[in-house]
Design a protein around this ligand. Structure first.
Ligand code: PSU
Ligand code: MN
Length: 314
């Protein structure tokens, strides 16, 4: 426990008291990444995947200005309804002071999880460097936050709507460790292979846990480990359909002059619509697989406690 103004769901309080492994889950994926009402069902399935693999889920978000680690089903439904704000790290205090409901991004979820002493986090795909970022400067705050947040993020790489190569370069610059889970290729979210080699491959939850242990024992690197978990090739979105959809989606983005934090939800929604739900199915499978692996990592890392009570420096 720590002294921060964070509320814990009862299931998370019990898990922490009993020293059980906990996996953090984000809520932006629910409120802004998946369509209503599928998002409510999927949120429940993600939590169940964590439980089925030996850990306790802690979905993170903001309810009426209170930061909550371990949202209840009713609170998740409230955020899933569609009017919650999308909160990155910079938004948390403003949202709290104004009593907002908000869903936390990868950046905000990792920062809050780390502050709560949770060391493992599962999501779908990271934010990153957008195509055209050389003009727009649109780079997700996910990257900068992961640079200073000691957490493992289990994900299927970065969303393929992004500039994957540029994102990998930025992760390197920022000092974020990246390893493939049983692969030496960086996955591209909907696609098994995002087109780039990885330097490190980890083969088991125990090996991932050993990385965390070494990091904590060294006390040198405080950045995140991105554990990239690709979909099996026969479960990915058809690459031809993917490429056609992306080309059209990017053209519409320019036509509709969508910018800033709306870009990612816009493109994800366009994918879901244009592929008649196929991308949604793939998106859900990605998250469930990552939740399962994250739970196995958290279980392998227990009972060695996650670092407790440190703050995330500004
Ligand atoms: N991955 C998904 N669906 C999502 C997101 C990621 O499969 O909705 C969200 C995450 O919360 C991530 C955010 O942090 O998109 C990135 O948004 P931006 O590019 O505006 O930083
Ligand atoms: Mn952005």
């Amino acid at each position: 426990m720590n002294d921060f103004a964070i509320q814990y769901g009862d299931h998370v309080t019990r898990a922490r008291r009993d020293g059980r492994p906990v996996v953090a889950l984000e809520s932006t994926i629910i409120s802004h990444g998946l369509p209503h009402p599928d998002n409510i069902r999927v949120a429940g399935e993600i939590e169940q995947a964590v439980r089925d693999n030996g850990a306790v889920p802690a979905t993170i978000g903001m309810i009426g200005g209170e930061l909550v680690v371990g949202l209840s089903p009713a609170q998740i439904e409230r955020l899933a309804a569609g009017s919650a704000a999308k909160l990155s790290v910079r938004d948390l205090a403003v949202a709290a002071a104004t009593g907002a409901d908000g869903a936390t991004t990868v950046a905000a979820t990792s920062a809050v999880a780390a502050a709560a002493g949770i060391g493992v986090f599962a999501t779908g795909g990271l934010g990153g460097v957008h195509r055209e970022a050389n003009h727009t400067f649109d780079e997700s705050a996910d990257l900068n936050t992961l640079a200073r947040t000691p957490i493992v993020v289990v994900c299927a790489g970065v969303k393929s709507i992004l500039d994957v190569g540029a994102t990998l370069e930025r992760l390197e610059t920022l000092g974020v460790a990246v390893a493939g889970y049983r692969t030496s290729r960086f996955p591209g979210f909907y696609l098994t292979d995002g087109g780039h080699d990885l330097y490190w491959t980890l083969e088991s939850p125990a090996q991932v846990a050993a990385v965390l242990k070494a990091r904590d024992e060294h006390g040198v690197s405080r950045g995140a480990l991105v554990l990239a978990n690709p979909l099996p090739a026969d479960e990915q979105l058809d690459p031809a359909l993917h490429d056609a959809t992306l080309t059209e989606g990017l053209a519409n983005l320019a036509r509709d002059r969508v910018t800033g934090k709306d870009v990612t939800p816009y493109l994800l929604a366009f994918f879901h619509e244009r592929t008649a739900g196929k991308s949604l199915e793939v998106n859900v499978r990605i998250i469930l697989r990552n939740a399962a692996l994250a739970a196995q990592v958290a279980a392998a890392a227990a009972p060695a406690p996650a670092p407790l009570g440190f703050s995330v420096p500004a």
